[in-house]
Design a protein around this ligand. Structure first.
Ligand code: ZN
Ligand code: ZN
Length: 185
């Protein structure tokens, strides 16, 4: 059988994800022994996960802040901005405190991601996992206010990175199709 994308080239390998036959150039192209269709499919999935998580973090944190600061404090959202950036120190402290509270759920999620990554790298087991778990919860609550903006930037970076891969894969698929069409003529 010949390469799935180049019908005139011999099979040299196969996609490790779906088993499509690939020529040498196609199997090396993405540096992952995967066909372009699978690269695209996986990148689309990952991009959507990052996008969904980013939307969820912003929605949950924003909704909690709105609930605690605007709804319970009976104040307009614009007043929150002036509380943060205006000169009134007690008002700024209140707004920051409520912001830190609103960041707890997303902070826990960010801390969990970091903790899982850490436990994976250092191959933690038993008591170390428990300690890591406690650190994750403490980190999420104490550092949520600082972690949430960084988490959002990291999620946005993931969206952009995987979207770039999706575009590159689409461009390669179009190019391969063109080459095949010309060859057939
Ligand atoms: Zn494949
Ligand atoms: Zn090929």
């Amino acid at each position: 059988m010949n390469c799935y994308y180049h019908k005139d080239k011999d099979r040299a390998a196969e996609c490790i994800n779906c088993g499509k036959p690939l020529c040498r150039a196609c199997s090396a192209y993405w540096g992952a022994n995967m066909c372009t269709d699978c690269i695209k499919k996986i990148a689309v999935k990952k991009r959507n996960i990052f996008l969904l998580r980013l939307a969820a973090v912003i929605a949950v944190t924003g909704a909690l802040f709105y609930l605690f600061y605007c709804k319970m404090g009976s104040t307009a959202p614009i007043n929150a901005l002036t509380a943060f950036f205006g000169g009134n120190e007690p008002r700024r402290k209140t707004a920051l405190f409520i912001y830190a509270l609103a960041c707890i759920p997303a902070g826990l999620r960010a801390s969990f991601t970091l903790g899982r990554w850490f436990a994976g790298i250092y191959d933690l087991t038993g008591r170390a996992v428990m300690l890591c778990f406690v650190a994750v919860i403490a980190g999420g609550i104490l550092l949520g206010a600082a972690a949430v903006p960084i988490y959002c930037i990291w999620l946005l970076y993931g969206v952009i990175k995987y979207n770039f891969t999706v575009k590159a894969a689409k461009a390669r698929l179009a190019k391969l199709k063109n080459i095949e069409r010309k060859r057939k003529k």
